[in-house]
Design a protein around this ligand. Sequence first.
Ligand code: KIV
Ligand code: ZN
Length: 498
Amino acid sequence: MSDKVYVFDTTLRDGEQVPGCQLNTLEKIEVAKQLEALGVDVIEAGFPISSPGDFKSVVEISKAVHEPIICALTRAVEKDIEVAADALKYARRKRIHTGIGTSFYHITHKLKSNQEEIIERAIAAVKYARNFVDDVEFYCEDAGRTENEYLARVVEAVIKAGATVVNIPDTTGYCLPYEYGEKIKYLVDHVKNVDRAILSTHCHNDLGMATANSISGIMNGARQVEVTINGIGERAGNTSLEEVVMTLRTRPNMGLITGINTQMIYETSRMVSTFMRMPVQPNKAIVGRNAFAHSSGIHQDGVLKNRENYEIIDPQDVGIRESSIVLTARSGRAALKHRLEVLGFTLTVEDLNDVYDKFIELADKKKEIKDEDLFVLVGVEQSEHARRIQLKHLQVICGSSTQPVASVVISVDGEEYSATSAGNGPVDAAFNAVKQIIRKTVTLEEFLIQAITRGSDDIGKVHVQLENKGTLYYGFSANTDIVTASVEAFIDALSKIG
Ligand code: KIV
Ligand code: ZN
């Protein structure tokens, strides 16, 4: 069996089914090009019969992307298949993904049919699709809850009818890893013609086991894995691309590889999160804000001695510049000393002990100790690094029928400057005005607004990350006015640039 695991990305189809996360065609093309650069083998670009927008997206992605196979989803219905084939007409490499429910629930309650009829419909759909394309993938919807014996009959029949890939979705995220692995093994052992097709995993995360199930499927013979960036998808989501890819890479003893350029994982994650307006949870494996952040004293000390003491992945392997040491009340002297040295302070043991006592006292009151706090602790209150730049006044005019315009007054080293600028939204206008005053070349790497509760009177927390000459600067603010919070966070980051 080959050691290559094909990566089938369904961010633009299953991932995009998340309420409120729909992308327009241009955004989908951008994501598809990014997925191509990332090195995915297959892009599931949409479900063409479902809407004119989905049809158009499949057409445009087929034109814009050349390397990966472009795949379009259908039901086991002739009209769906015809429309999918039409949408794929410009694709250099194309695949139709057709299928039908195979579990008792789907056959009885959804399709109001019986097992024999479902096999007939499955065969007919594959044969029909093969009239249009050479590459046909068949999905056995709710395979996770389909008994293995019947599933094996369906799989054998669709391979005989011409399916090149057979997808075994755990549609409801019901399986345990050992069960899903056994299911794949059962098919490998009992389907006579299984060597003529690739078995594919497609696991949902309802019990938080999507990645574990996919890995178990791969270990038992599946050679394609269906995933989304950041694990997005309906309900609790799909298997996350970054988790599966980095599992295979981090555990080379499994002897399995993918063609993913892992250093592009983080930027792809950011792009999808931004376009879909879906923040990544801070503790998300591989791409979460805290995935490479260390806050307890013992871990910080260990990481500073040797990163591998507490990190199994080099952050640079996934495109994150460096691990971060977050200074909190749980930090030890080693982390404080390290941060002070980065800021240019080398203290004697006695001085470090003094500063550490003050640091702990402050850290008990504040959640996180920032660089400007450290300057105060070491007695450099008016350091050029301290908050030299402050927002004094902000006024924004915006609305549904006017172009947003923002005016700001900012004090820099005690002197006040003002500027006015337009933008494509109130935050953009305000940032443009700030940039007229603070003329630093910066790229906005991250802009995240989070509400704490669900009320419209909620405090908005804003995180900003700016890049300047290869270094990242982080800014934060919280305010009931999210535009003000955004500008304050932007200024917080700008004021750290030397
Ligand atoms: O979860 C599922 O079963 C699916 C199929 C349509 C492939 O997304
Ligand atoms: Zn799915």
